[in-house]
Design a protein around this ligand. Structure first.
Ligand code: N2P
Length: 368
């Protein structure tokens, strides 16, 4: 059973406007450590049979939560976000009720640095052995002290090939006046600034002010051509329904759309694009850290992990789940990364003090 957590319970004060500045303020905030036990529970007597999951929208299989509830008797409540900055903003605004969150690469680094997440107790996660070695020890958490991977994917362009013809494989069509009003971009500061940087031949992690200024100018040029900025799960139906012809999306949304409509195509543009890994973490102050460890262990079960990725159409970091991934998925364009594609992908990193600048640029571009 999937129920939304009542918003009032976790949301102290946060309007949409609160999100833009959140990354700025978290760097100087006090850690959110009101947990009695911290560090993985125990000591405080048995936990309530509850777990609050704060996850990306459309990011579990139908069976993921029910199978956990049946196995453990723990009731799960869910709340959803559409970007890493939304997640951070909510935690920064004082939400302390969540047990498991699912930040991407660079956001894990920001959260560790800002003391927002607690160390995992690996002895409670035996299924961590199932994680493929390519998804362990990544730069944002080199010893996986705080995070274990959930799913991974890429970010690219979903488009209607029948309507607009075959794209040229670059980011340029998202800036083409021919498609005015037919383009949806992600409301994701790092990915959308990233698309502009990639198109200009720069890194998604640049700290160079001139390169960032060029990307800002380029996004301001693009803005009048757009239908708007949306979260990825909103872009998918816009493209599916023909409301826009081109959408900037995460790969799972692209593959879900492709599977139901052969007029659509997904490309991972040149010269560079993003490859990301989302990770399970336990926030400091989580009310049910023991249950959180059980949930993470559940996700890393081979069968559960395979069902998750077969349903969401994202890729699995679970080596034991790989043989159970639907073969039809593996044949979708861009699902299985060839070495040629893999080597031109970048992972979004924490840009440290430049984070403010990235956020300011995106806020200004959106409101231009
Ligand atoms: C799921 C969103 C995928 C996460 N709807 C992108 N990092």
């Amino acid at each position: 059973m999937q129920r939304r957590v009542s918003r009032g319970r976790f949301l102290k004060t946060l309007g949409a406007a609160g999100i833009a500045g959140s990354t700025l303020s978290i760097l100087s905030c006090q850690p959110n450590t009101n947990a009695a036990g911290g560090g993985g529970g125990g000591g405080g007597g048995p936990e309530e049979k509850e777990l609050a999951l704060y996850n990306w929208s459309d990011y579990v299989a139908k069976s993921t939560i029910p199978s956990f509830e049946e196995k453990t008797g723990i009731q799960v409540t869910q709340d959803f976000y559409g970007s890493n900055e939304d997640l951070l903003g909510k935690l920064q605004a004082g939400a302390t009720g969540y047990d498991v969150i699912v930040p991407s690469d660079y956001m894990v680094a920001v959260m560790i640095k800002s003391d927002v997440v607690q160390k995992l107790d690996k002895s409670k996660i035996p299924n961590a052995k199932n994680v493929g070695e390519d998804y362990l020890g990544l730069s944002y958490d080199p010893n996986n002290e705080y995070s274990l991977p959930y799913q991974w994917g890429t970010t690219g362009i979903l488009y209607n090939r029948k309507e607009v013809g075959e794209l040229d494989g670059t980011w340029d069509p998202l800036w083409d006046p021919e498609f005015e009003g037919q383009i949806a971009m992600l409301s994701d500061s790092r990915e959308t600034l990233g698309a502009a940087l990639y198109r200009l031949g720069y890194s998604v992690n640049t700290k160079d002010d001139d390169e960032l200024a060029e990307a800002e100018a380029s996004l301001k040029d693009q803005q009048p051509l757009l239908r708007g900025y949306f979260i990825s799960t909103e872009v998918r139906p816009l493209v599916q329904n023909g409301d826009v012809q081109l959408g900037h999306v995460y790969s799972g949304d692209a593959f879900l759309a492709l599977a139901g409509n052969e007029d659509l195509d997904y490309i991972i543009p040149k010269p560079r694009a993003s490859r990301w890994t989302d990770n399970m973490c336990i926030p400091n102050g989580a009310p049910h850290p023991d249950n959180a460890h059980k949930f993470i262990n559940h996700i890393l079960d081979a069968g559960v992990g395979a069902k998750l990725s077969n349903y969401t159409y994202y890729n699995t970091p679970n080596a034991a789940a790989l043989p159970k991934i639907n073969p039809a998925l593996k044949n979708l364009p861009g699902y299985t990364l060839t070495p040629e594609i893999f080597e031109r992908l970048e992972v979004i990193e924490d840009v440290g003090a430049k984070t403010r600048k990235y956020e300011r640029i995106f806020t200004e571009v959106r409101s231009a």
